[in-house]
Design a protein around this ligand. Structure first.
Ligand code: PHE
Length: 459
């Protein structure tokens, strides 16, 4: 083992490479895969959207994630402090502050949707979905999402659970939970896929997911695919900087980033294969939006042996995936408050969860067309949609662009090579050169292009 620099000594570390992989995957895999990816693919025309999404993951997602890993592990600090510790110009701290803002914006609506998932665990355990039809599934969802009291109650429960885990700290809290649950979730999603694929008319769903129709692609669709890639891989907001600050010195950063991105994409694809055949088989509208998961899955399990038990298990694991993702989200402002303001972990967690509940209630009360605040539309969007749009389509890609520019243009070539090769221990200079080319030119150019294109300036 190398000597640690003095400032690092007090920081926690993940205990092994596998723990790093699962913790990072625990951040990436969440409602993004199981809830957002299917409904956005459905709303944006299917396979063509999927293809653009995959290109974004490969050419922008993996490089930006590696860039964040570099920053976090080298600096061993929170998303704002990292740039001080790397002795960068104060301007670059904007990445960290933007990240904290994004973490809040995402949590405002994410904790609401996670609340629905928790509610569905509870309801499926009490047999509330047995023998359900498409209509009753829709009506049940509507009744829950439009009811202010139940929605807020579940959101509060979610935030309390996340807070309790976070007070436990990084190793005890995050590591323990993710190592067991990620593999289990994987197995269960595969079970749902098998069931969905054996439904009558399943082929239409597969065709929708895998045969592209480019006539549906508009600049807005491309921006949404890009935003989803950032959201999915927890990028552009300092989350991976924060996690990498707990990585071990001997971790292969490029390989971790690639493996996490591939595994995360597989989970998203499986979720798509689990949902779309059923959507087409039951005649549900693929562009139904945020309710898609909550209407489709109860029906997949409605009429099979042990269906209710499997349904409860599915939502339970989704709840766990959402929870590990939220842990990583809240950890961004948390780490900053603890390290910058010298707050106790408990205090920081309490403060963050409270802010998230108070402002997050605006999202919760506007998430459904019949909800209390659904007619309040600043900038033409409900609070729920606004928080989502601002974070996914603007802040994360801009954060990603800044990270790419920082790593590609500000960081010294030698420093990058040293960190990514673990001081020369890994013989991967060719790969590092490819990475540098992509992060310096390809990713920033693509990002700028997608932005300008979506604003109607070029393309
Ligand atoms: N990647 C998570 C998901 O797919 C969401 C997330 C975004 C988590 C940003 C952390 C940071 O659900």
């Amino acid at each position: 083992m190398k000597e640690l620099k003095p400032v690092i000594k007090s920081r926690e570390r993940f205990s092994s490479g596998l723990a790093i992989f699962f913790a990072t995957l625990g951040s990436a895999v969440g409602l993004g895969n199981i809830w957002k990816f299917p409904y956005m693919t459905g709303a944006n025309g299917g396979a063509a959207f999927l293809l653009i999404y995959l290109v974004c993951v490969l050419l922008i997602g993996i490089p930006v994630m590696t860039g964040e890993f570099y920053i976090g592990r080298k600096a061993r600090a929170n998303a704002v402090g990292a740039f001080e510790s790397l002795k960068a110009k104060p301007f670059w701290k904007i990445i960290g502050f933007g990240g904290i803002l994004s973490a809040y914006l995402i949590m405002f609506f994410y904790s609401d949707v996670a609340g629905w998932v928790y509610a569905y665990v509870f309801r499926s355990l009490t047999g509330g979905f047995a023998g359900i039809s498409a209509q009753t599934a829709g009506a049940q969802f509507d009744a829950m999402a439009a009811n202010p009291l139940t929605s807020l109650l579940w959101q509060a429960i979610v935030l309390i659970v996340v807070s309790i885990i976070l007070v436990g700290g990084v190793k005890k809290g995050i590591e323990r939970v993710t190592k067991v649950l990620m593999p289990l979730l994987f197995v269960l999603v595969i079970i749902v896929c098998v069931r969905s694929l054996t439904l009558p008319g399943a082929a239409d769903g597969l065709r929708f997911l895998f045969v592209p129709d480019f006539s549906k692609v508009t600049p807005g669709v491309v921006l949404s695919a890009l935003g989803l890639a950032f959201f999915k891989l927890s990028l552009g907001m300092g989350c991976m900087i924060t996690y990498a600050s707990y990585f071990r010195d001997d971790n292969n950063l490029l390989s971790t980033a690639s493996r996490v991105a591939v595994a995360d994409t597989i989970v998203s694809l499986l979720a798509g294969i689990a949902i779309f055949p059923a959507v087409f088989s039951f005649g549900i509208e693929p562009g139904a939006g945020p309710s898609l998961l909550f209407v489709t899955i109860p029906m997949v399990f409605a009429k099979i042996p042990f269906g209710q038990m499997l349904l409860a298990l599915f939502f339970l694991l989704t709840a766990f995936a959402a929870t590990t993702a939220m842990i990583s989200l809240v950890e961004v402002p948390n780490a900053y408050f603890v390290e910058h303001f010298k707050m106790s972990r408990k205090k920081a967690v309490f403060l963050n969860a409270s802010i998230m509940f108070v402002i997050g209630s605006l999202a919760t009360l506007s998430s459904h067309k019949d909800a209390l605040l659904s007619n309040v539309k600043p900038f033409g969007l409900t609070f729920f949609d606004l928080f989502d749009y601002l974070s996914s389509n603007i802040l994360l890609p801009v954060g990603g662009l800044l990270i790419a520019l920082f790593v590609g243009w500000v960081v010294k070539k030698e420093s990058l090579a040293r960190e990514l090769s673990n001081d020369g221990a890994l013989k991967i200079s060719g790969l590092i050169a490819v990475f540098r080319f992509v992060i310096t030119f390809v990713a920033p150019i693509l990002l700028v292009f997608v932005f300008l294109n979506s604003l109607g300036i070029i393309g």
